[in-house]
Design a binder for this molecule. Structure first.
Ligand code: DX5
Ligand code: ZN
Length: 220
């Protein structure tokens, strides 16, 4: 997989005219769509589910990177595969049989990611890291867009990078929450491969330009 990627989080898009924002991302230099599914139980917010992803998939011309903030995500792996999701990321904290869930994601033809909340140590992934295509480090507490970046994330990226190298694993590091032009370069230099950005992109005046700026910052 390519590195130094930008994944705009659709959570911050205009839901009353989603097609317009989807086309904007298609046209932009962004690499993936980041889709945040929240169930109101694992996180204190409800976002969107299958019908909305089905609608997005009709127009999206880039991979669908789907971040499940739901309890027991293994119940829905098949449904997300059927919607055409490319990468499915589940939370470490939401999944009792995480190894089985990761295998199921791969068996359904998707790449598999595991997300860690800010308080969850990277070391807990040591027995699973070789099976993963992606690790998502939450750099805010999951549930809402527009929160402030947690600085401890830089150290966690470095720790994760060391674990990946020590285990000879091959997985991408994705950072999600509070990403902007101020922290993007440092995140990449610490070892991140994919940066998710929601409000920084969609609330900006010229989102296409904002994406382009982020891309040039992280490509240096
Ligand atoms: C938070 C979500 C994020 C969120 C990021 O729970 O996982 O993807 O949309 O939004 P910003 O970039 O606004 O922090
Ligand atoms: Zn997310």
């Amino acid at each position: 997989m390519n590195k130094n990627m930008i994944a705009p989080s659709v959570l911050a898009a205009n839901f009353a005219n989603l097609q317009l924002d989807i086309e904007m991302v298609n046209y932009s230099e962004a690499d993936w769509f980041h889709l945040d599914v929240m169930d109101g139980m694992f996180v204190p917010n409800i976002s969107f589910g299958m019908p909305v992803i089905e609608a997005i998939a009709k127009y999206a011309k880039k991979p669908l990177d789907t971040h499940l903030m739901i309890q027991a995500p293994d119940r829905y792996v098949k449904d997300f595969a059927n919607l055409g999701v490319t990468n499915l990321t589940v939370h470490y904290e939401a999944c009792v049989h995480l190894h089985r869930c990761v295998q199921s994601i791969k068996d359904h033809g998707m790449t598999a990611g595991v997300a860690l909340n800010p308080h969850t140590p990277v070391s807990l992934l040591k027995d699973l890291i070789k099976d993963l295509d992606l690790v998502l480090l939450m750099s805010v507490n999951p549930g809402f867009g527009g929160q402030s970046f947690i600085h401890q994330t830089y150290a966690k990226i470095q720790e994760l990078k060391e674990l990946i190298q020590a285990k000879n694993a091959n997985c991408l590091i994705e950072i999600d929450g509070g990403v902007n032009d101020k922290n993007a370069a440092k995140l990449i230099s610490c070892g991140a491969d994919v940066l998710v950005a929601g409000s920084y992109i969609f609330k900006s005046e010229k989102p296409i330009q904002t994406i382009s700026n982020l891309k040039s910052i992280i490509s240096k």
